[in-house]
Design a binder for this molecule. Structure first.
Ligand code: HEC
Ligand code: HEC
Length: 462
């Protein structure tokens, strides 16, 4: 068995004794520390904004405040220039790199790839004057020293961990990154995952949408948003992590245009050039990272500047961008553009991809079916009793000395369902919510032994 970091058994031991316990998805102490940092509204200056203000678990880790396309900062009247993306599945983004072809960039975090990994990313928002707005790292570390979770911080990183600013700040970021790597952010529990595992059928509209999504002569969406598992068995992430200029128009509703010159010297002429300035190549101007489409039904508005409020608007844009006439006013909203039957000119007309999108010749009902398919990518759908049963049967055969057929215990605690194979010496648990397999040995220590799909494959269940 693959051995991963251990954590102490609390909820599983109690439930094994038949006691009812309120549980959340199990996290390691490091991840739990990251969770508390992620949710702490004291960590901004002034207090009031946490990571979760813009990446809330209630909105698939995007900003649940929908009145502006970009997020308000901790200081009233300040806004960022880009739409808050989901932090879900971000842990699976590869490092930023130039492909072997010498032209294609892939990986990295942020819309323009400027952060290499989650640790680097997490250091940004705390000090960004348009976000959490702390004046310096020492201010953040002081806040953590005063927090209720300071003792946990010291037990995870050592008693002197909060003594010095620089190392403490890096530890804050690494705890947050560990939380973002937990199964909470990558549950792979959508209807589409259940469909891939052969557990559920799609409706006629969803199935037709799936076909259009994949067909290179129709929607061609999978060219950039791959929809099949990768060679190593990782379920599809619906992004190839490359960068492209789709020709998305400027968003007249972006509050960043009205920010003072100190933050936006260009005023109304502000142009977001995306990847180009990051890599110092004008040939990459206007390109943004292909985002995951998992949970897309929950994460409006869409695109780097939040131009689109609706998925139908997005799909119609892919379908008709090069067919409809240009709107007379380049600052026309999605609503008006759809009503007027036009599209405004691209924010960055250079480098627009005309090869793979813009004139797809889809009908109105095709567009609706693609939207229906996108609706199958919302997590929290999949319950796995049949599959975990299969896994338990396999474990019994594969480890005959360890697991004996002694019946099973089911523990239900909304929204999680855990099911344990009860044996003489060990328990095997599957959480349908976080899609991980847990193993509890007779030493009372609970181990996370890896992703559920990996084990299901090994056991021949899928
Ligand atoms: C005020 C809103 C706001 C706050 C607060 C905020 N973020 Fe973000 N987050 C954003 C925006 C906007 C972006 C995209 C910025 C860009 O591309 O330039 C982003 C990007 C990200 C990404 C990259 C996702 C990807 O796939 O590229 C991650 C991860 C993330 N944030 C995590 C965090 C963490 C951790 C914190 C707290 C330390 C945090 N954010 C605080 C708005 C916010
Ligand atoms: C050539 C690559 C490419 C193709 C083909 C493509 N996309 Fe995208 N997609 C992107 C990029 C890049 C973005 C982000 C662009 C931006 O923000 O400016 C994006 C963004 C999106 C978004 C918004 C995501 C968010 O979180 O804001 C949706 C929805 C989407 N695509 C759906 C589709 C569908 C449906 C199709 C097929 C009809 C498709 N895409 C085809 C590259 C592509």
């Amino acid at each position: 068995m693959k051995s991963l970091p251990l954590y102490l058994c609390t909820w599983v031991c109690l439930s094994a004794l038949g006691l009812s316990v309120a549980t959340a998805a199990p996290l390691t102490p490091l991840q739990d520390l990251g969770r508390q940092l992620f949710l702490d509204p004291q960590l901004s200056s002034p207090a009031g904004e946490s990571c979760s203000s813009c990446h809330s678990p209630t909105a698939a880790f995007t900003d649940p405040r929908r009145d502006t396309p970009t997020s308000p900062g901790a200081i009233a009247g300040r806004f960022g220039n880009r739409n808050s993306p989901t932090a879900m599945y971000a842990a699976l983004s590869p490092l930023f790199q130039l492909d072997s072809d010498g032209v294609t960039y892939e990986g990295g975090l942020f819309w323009d790839g400027r952060a290499a990994n989650l640790e680097q990313q997490a250091q940004g928002p705390l000090l960004n004057p348009l976000e959490m707005a702390n004046p310096d790292k020492a201010t953040v570390v002081n806040k953590v020293r005063a927090a209720s979770y300071a003792p946990l911080f010291k037990s995870v990183f050592g008693p002197t961990a909060l003594n010095q600013t620089e190392p403490a700040y890096a530890m804050i970021a690494s705890a947050i990154a560990a939380f973002e790597r937990s199964p909470t952010f990558s549950p792979f529990s959508s209807k589409y995952d259940a469909y891939l595992a052969g557990q559920v059928q799609l409706t006629a509209a969803e199935e037709h949408g799936r076909t259009l999504f994949n067909d290179p002569t129709k929607g061609n969406c999978a060219a950039c948003h791959p929809s099949t598992p990768s060679a190593d068995g990782t379920p599809p992430l619906f992004t190839d992590f490359t960068y492209d200029n789709l020709g998305v128009p400027r968003n007249p509703n972006n509050p960043f245009y009205n920010l003072p010159a100190a933050f936006n010297p260009a005023g109304l002429n502000f142009l977001d050039l995306g990847l180009g300035p990051i890599v110092g190549n004008t040939g990459d101007n206007g390109k943004f990272k292909v985002p995951t489409l998992r949970n897309i039904a929950l994460t409006n508005p869409y695109m780097h500047n939040g131009y689109f409020q609706t998925l139908l608007g997005v799909v119609d844009f892919y379908n008709t961008r090069d067919v409809k006439p240009a709107c007379p006013d380049p600052m026309t909203t999605e609503n008006l553009a759809l009503a007027q039957g036009c599209w405004p000119q691209p924010e960055t007309p250079a480098n627009v991809n005309h090869k793979e999108l813009g004139n797809l010749q889809l009908s109105g009902s095709d567009e609706n079916d693609i939207v229906a398919f996108l609706g199958t990518l919302t997590d929290g759908y999949w319950q796995t009793p049949a599959l975990s049963e299969c896994l338990f049967n396999w474990a019994e055969g594969a480890y005959p000395g360890l697991f004996q057929p002694a019946g099973s215990v089911t523990q239900s605690q909304a929204p999680y369902t855990y099911r344990y194979y009860k044996a003489a010496n060990a328990y095997l648990g599957v959480s349908s919510d976080d899609n991980h397999v847990y193993y509890l040995g007779s030493n009372g220590v609970m181990q996370d032994v890896g992703a559920l799909p990996t084990w299901l494959k090994k056991a021949g269940c899928i």
